[in-house]
Write a protein that binds this ligand. Structure first.
Ligand code: FMN
Ligand code: FE2
Ligand code: FE2
Length: 398
């Protein structure tokens, strides 16, 4: 059965959710699934905005056929070629042989890399500022490279002030009947929105800033992203979050303590530091086990908190591997502008602290607080004193 929803008199949501998927992009756990959004605008010419992932394509085409009600599709706007939206392009082109693809040159190159499709005479190439009239609606196109791939563009519909924002302003999580952000309590969704942002486009803060500048001149009544809920109210809050995240400004004053521990002694040091920080007056502290918590959640918390402490056992003269992987993710996702401290542990030649410090200092705008605390096998009285001192310095640095 088709399962579309109306957004405005002419615009319909025709996306669908995958609840079976384990990891989005085979990397990020999505326990609540994910939605792949697509939209149809009815007018003299019918326009479809992006397609959907293979996993939901059956539902997708049912939704599209229901809205078309026998009509055909004149234009398929492709804002983003990544396969979670575009892998089904060949199926689409066979089903709708009269459809013309509307996209930019870079996107067309990517399409040709992914597919062996003979589509040159079915493509309308657009560039920055170009407009396309579909009847009473006018579409204009703006390039927003690296949010999230180089070919990404956003499409703005002038008559009803609708922004098709590609991956921007999306979030993880399947949809449950609601398609508008104001149909749920979105406060419960910010963690997943931040986890999506930080892991998908976190590294591209500069490019997100450029995109936000381009959008700042537009009046926007609806935002239609490629994942998650549609915005028609309260979108300013999402813009504010994007400003903060893309400028790498922490959302909260607080300390994230991540530990990597084999036998529990490094964990003990992390817990003791947390206690000292709270006793020194900062209650916003979160302790996380790097071996147990997927890195995407920790990266998201790093975009949230102002201070990061990494505590790791030494493992074969290296940082304990799960912690090494986390630092790799910090490099990968562009974590920056944070205050940090490190704790190391080792029985014969502790090395983890020096190695972690080197890598953290190589990230942009990182400021070291205090001296690294060295634990030899297990925390003793002098180590406790050092952690107390470190806690005072951390709390003093807010
Ligand atoms: C496989 C393995 C390799 C280790 N390599 C080192 C090392 O290179 N240098 C060192 O000082 N300690 C090394 N250790 C010892 C641990 O770092 C040390 O016992 C530490 O106290 C463990 O902390 P934990 O209780 O938090 O796991 C190693 C331990 C294991 C299990
Ligand atoms: Fe994408
Ligand atoms: Fe996507």
């Amino acid at each position: 059965m088709h399962c579309e929803r109306k957004i405005t008199d002419d615009l319909y949501y025709i996306g669908a959710s995958d609840r079976r998927i384990e990891r989005f992009e085979n990397a990020y756990p999505v326990p609540e699934g994910v939605s792949y959004n697509s939209y149809v605008l009815l007018d003299d010419d019918v326009t479809v905005f992006d397609i959907a992932d293979r996993s939901v394509i059956g539902q997708y085409f049912q939704n599209l056929e229901a809205v078309l009600d026998g009509r055909t599709v004149s234009y398929l706007v492709i804002d983003h070629v990544e396969p979670d939206h575009c892998a089904t392009l060949a199926d689409f082109m066979v089903r709708y042989p009269e459809t013309r693809i509307v996209t930019n040159v870079k996107a067309l190159n990517f399409i040709k890399q992914f597919f062996e499709l003979d589509i040159d005479d079915r493509v309308l190439i657009v560039k920055e500022g170009d407009e396309l009239q579909t009847g009473k609606h006018t579409l204009s196109f703006t390039m927003t490279p690296m949010v999230h791939w180089p070919e990404v563009m956003m499409t703005y519909e002038r008559t009803e002030k609708i922004l098709f924002s590609a991956d921007a302003f999306g979030h993880f999580g399947a949809l449950s009947g609601q398609i508008f952000a104001d149909e749920i309590n979105f406060d419960s969704m910010w963690d997943e929105a931040r986890r999506y942002y930080s892991n998908i486009v976190g590294k591209y803060g500069v490019q997100v800033q450029m995109a936000l500048k381009k959008l700042s001149g537009l009046e926007i009544d609806y935002v239609c992203p490629l994942h998650g809920l549609v915005w028609r109210k309260g979108f300013e809050k999402y813009l504010e979050k994007y400003q903060q995240w893309s400028l790498y400004k922490p959302e909260e004053n607080g300390v994230l303590i991540v530990y990597g521990s084999i036998y529990g002694n490094t964990q003990n040091a992390a817990e003791v530091l947390a206690k000292h920080i709270v006793e020194a007056g900062q209650n916003n502290v979160k302790v996380v086990d790097v071996s147990k918590t997927d890195g995407s959640y920790i990266i998201s918390d790093m975009f949230r908190f102002s201070h990061i402490v990494l505590a790791s056992a030494t493992h074969d003269a290296m940082v304990f591997a799960p912690m090494g992987n986390l630092i790799h993710l910090m490099e990968h996702h562009g974590v920056q502008n944070r205050k940090f401290a490190v704790i190391e542990n080792g029985t014969w030649a502790p090395m983890a602290g020096k190695l972690m410090e080197e890598r953290l200092l190589a990230l942009k705008g990182m400021e070291k607080i205090g001296e690294k605390v060295k634990v030899r096998s297990s925390l003793k009285k002098d180590g406790d004193e050092q952690l107390k001192d470190l806690a005072m310095q951390i709390v003093g640095s807010f």
